[in-house]
Design a protein around this ligand. Sequence first.
Ligand code: UT7
Length: 325
Amino acid sequence: MTSVMRSVVTGVGGYLPDRVVTNDDLATRVDTSDEWIRERTGIHQRHQAADDQPTSDLAVAAARRALEAAGRKPEDVDLIVVATTTPDLTFPATAAIVQRKLGCPIGIAFDVQAVCSGFVYALSVADGFVARGRANCALVIGAETMTRLMDWSDRGTCVLFGDGAGAVVVEPRAGEGGTTDRGLLGFALRADGTKQDLLFVDGGVSTGQIGHLRMQGNQVFRHAVVNISEAIRAAADDAGITVASVDWFIPHQANQRILEGVAKRVGIDEKKVISTVAQHANTSAASIPLALYQGLQDGRVKPGQLLLLEAMGGGLTWGACVLRL
Ligand code: UT7
């Protein structure tokens, strides 16, 4: 086998803000119930950032844990990619703010905006630097304060989202070019801008207002299972593996029914699904690294295992990634 450079995940971290908001808490604000939210989404609670806690603080907390797990220090980091749709400021990029707060040296830092698919997109972007020898120690972070985009009078959306951050350290390692290599082994990334109206924020810098998240939930749901399933098969083909051979399926955590629907459609045993939707709700770009962190923390996910990640979000964007930890 030929020697190839692989982008290997060497550390994982996660952070959730202290404040917990239960379904019952939300039922005091909008016409909903714990029973409806659990049955239709699987969500029991979500975390909400403190009023003075910006997205970068969540990102920094997750990044510190990921660096510690990788045995790296902030001074080793030469690339920071933050996937977020809720940046602290319009500019600089949240990644540059994270660089300053962590005390990383001058390097590369920028954000990726692909909404809930942002972490999968950002991993692929980081792979382009790391596997080409253009970065030696990358931080790829998904960090969001989605609760700040909620219309708290819209029960169809405000019950679905939460805040949090997850981070991975990605470093180059020589591999043999086969499926037993550690590292990012395959990707499929997709976008369809014609579906914008299904999930979007009705504001932004050039409109003069921040806006609120708007979603035609049942339409997004319908597209999710079909689109994600196709991307999973494409990413598996790209990696040269079969979907059935993955050890853990670590999906974006939007709705328990979507997770189960996708797993069933692509033939993944439900026991292989890491689900955090009950505790975290939908944390957009943070949900996959948070679920990976959870799986590692509770001992289910182990180094050397084959993982399948997937997500879909506003854009519409969607994608999948196969990696060996
Ligand atoms: O990460 C980005 C991707 N986002 C997603 O993947 C979200 C995808 N969509 C979903 O998860 C689901 O579509 C929802 C959970 C948003 C909604 O579930 P649904 O089974 O598709 O319900 P629906 O939208 O068809 O609404 C059914 C009913 C409606 O009432 P009527 O018109 O039938 O009388 C809604 O008004 O449920 C009502 N409803 C609620 N009732 C109580 C909607 N939200 C609520 C609520 N509490 N929070």
